[in-house]
Design a binder for this molecule. Sequence first.
Ligand code: TRP
Length: 507
Amino acid sequence: MNGERGAWAGRLGFILAAAGSAVGLGNLWKFPYLAYKAGGEAEWHGAGAFVFVYLLAVALVCIPVMIAEIMIGRRGRRNPVGAFRVLRPGSKWPLVGYLGVLTGSLILAYYSVVAGWTVEYIYKAAIAEFSRYEVEVTDEEVRRRVCEEAKVKPETKDCDRKYEEFLSSHKDPEDLARALKEKRLEIYPDRLFHAFLASPVKQVGFLFVFMAITAAIVLGGVSSGIERWSRILMPLLYVMLLGLVVRVATLPGGLKALDSLFVPDFSRLDLDLLLLALGQAFFSLSLGMGAMLTYGSYLSPKERISSSAFAIAGLDTLVALMAAFVIFGAISSYGLSIRGAGIGNLFTAVPVIFLHMPGGTFLTIVFYVLAAFAALTSTVSLLEVASAYLIDEHRISRPRAVILAASVIFALGVPCALSFNLLSDFKVLGLTCFDIFDYTTSNLALPAGGILISLFAGWMLRREEQIEELFEVPGWAVSLWRFSVRFVAPLAIFAVLVGLLLGRVVG
Ligand code: TRP
């Protein structure tokens, strides 16, 4: 065996590192956002159906697939390419590994751009930039906004009239002040975000910073780099999130969020919702490209895969639910709405939500530090896949492998970072580089990889091999898992793949 290969110092370290991979921007931003949309925006209870299906998807499809990934990694004791090669020499299966390494690199390239934004936003929060909306937004901008919403051109007399109507519709001066504040709050974070996106230097700079921090951790190796940092960052993340949960739970009306998240209204259930929830669960648990496989390859044969997978999925789901509670609670307490779509929500809607609360500036700092930590443990796992591939398959030392992988991926990230400014007009099929990386990985490569990984573990590994890896569970449970990875998971993921391709499932 290759002497360069590391190993986890302990099972808890493995669980925290894998949970760190899973817990990311997907949990803090995408899960609350999708639940909110699935709930029909302001309507309560709709989100409950999404959450319910999500939990089922995690239990019935994702946990079996995660067990499959970790199992393949631990049996192969290598990166995704090497693991398939060692387990089925001479077959085409290593192609699944190559697909994984490529997919991971593409995800890392665009994901790091967004991760970089969290760093800038920690700074913005720390200098209380968001709270400057009162002085920064002019009355003229408020007027324009009011007219835009009423779909009247700003230069016209009609607009003047609309604005007058708006002002006079709030008789009470306090009421008017609140309405004006709302408008300023809608305008300002949006403006800050777009100004930030428009700067090529900042976009590439923060990408570089985030990539460099990621590389520094991965350079440290498996136990003294990834594991050590996960042991520090993950508990901190939980403490901060718990703090936010307590804060929101004590807001008047904050607990109403529990109703909307946990009381399902099954009339909202349809095929789109099913596919959306499954696709999100899959992405959130970092499945389908060999990240869990690679982390599994450093796991001792003595440790239990099954309970580890449950713990990882449980920690990830808990973060998603807590984040949704924080966002929903603040929204319901203050009667807000999250407008607009896309990743930008994390950077435009979140400051608005927190600015409504006493101590909002501090809470915003906490939130972005949280987001940066969550993103960092995910980028680390992605860089580790490409690095492990170079270390195992090309016999390169860890430092060289990490620097090489990080440099190539940084280069891939540059066009993604420029997608919002210099290259914003450079589009293929209407998609910028950033969109293409996101679309092809999330919608095509991850589901395809997930199907192949399940099929490999279910059909290619012999029953004795499966039982040896799952030594801790009774025979009926092995059979249940086997049934899931042979039939249930591949079919369910196939449905998501088709749904995504037909454009039905829109994130
Ligand atoms: N799970 C991460 C999140 O929720 C992102 C992610 C998706 C990922 N696929 C991955 C991370 C594969 C590592 C490996 O944000």
